[in-house]
Ligand binder design. Sequence first.
Ligand code: ZN
Length: 343
Amino acid sequence: MKIERKKLSHPLIFIFSLLLLLTTLFSIACNIELPTDKSTKDKPTKDKTTKDKNKDDDSPKNLGSKQLQIHMLDIGQGDSLLIITPEKKSILIDAGLVKAAPKVIEALEENNIENIDLVVASHPHADHIGGIPKVLDAVPAKKFLDSGQEHPTATYEKMLTKVKEKIGKLTIARAGQKFELDSGVKLEVLGPSEPLLERVSGSIENANSVILMLTYGDFRMIFTGDSEDETEARLLEKGFNLKAQVLKVAHHGSQYATSDEFLKKVNPEAAIISCGEDNNYGHPAPPTLEKLKNDKVKVYRTDLQGQITVVSDGKNYQIKTEHKATGNIWEGRTSSKSKKGDS
Ligand SMILES: [Zn+2]
């Protein structure tokens, strides 16, 4: 009996070994094919494509555990920025065009945000507020900050109706307001200030954009909406402390903002630009990039590098890009439109 069992076990062992070998070979083959592309494209990677003055920004810093995150989402032409504080409070500044809403909602879900603490509409143009109604349908929000400008478009009316339905009321942003959403994080409104700008060479809605300064310890970042030169002149006139390590470049890098005087006051180390790779507005404009280059500011662009993420522990900061630049950071676009101002 013993001998017979031994004889029987040999073919079984052989079959099992063969199956094991085939399974292993199959899984190895699958693993090699699948992740290579995704792992480099989808994971935020440290950008090492441009090396400028920015100190040791390309080498990882040891950031503390209490981190502030700012995500400039890659939503094509428009703006959408998601701020997450160390205590997981959230601020959403703009939500791009209507078609950008799914991407914004996905970013909120990925970051486990079930309730947005503050939504800001920088100004009433469609490439900033178009996605807001759908976002509010998907994720509840507690507070809403608006530039409070008269703007009779269907997109803006739709947004106001949704805010009323979902949040109840909105706060009109005016210089001097402060929001403390987290024990260590401050958000200060620098603009618009009364009386609102009335005559500008570009778009009046852009000129009266909500301007915000975010502070966490030593780290500061300024959010400029779609400001015009006149907006910057008003900020300078008011004598605000505009100094910030990171600048959200105004108006997708348009040439009608980021004046020399403004840039000098902010004195940023890094600047991030949100614009679509297929935009025909001439964003970002070659003269704006030129100024930033001359000032040795490190530039990041959503059209070339995907989502841009800034992380700070209140002392140091790091900037990560979704992928390596797909083109020359310093090469701007030329406009095929004659009118300046919108979008
Ligand atoms: Zn815009």
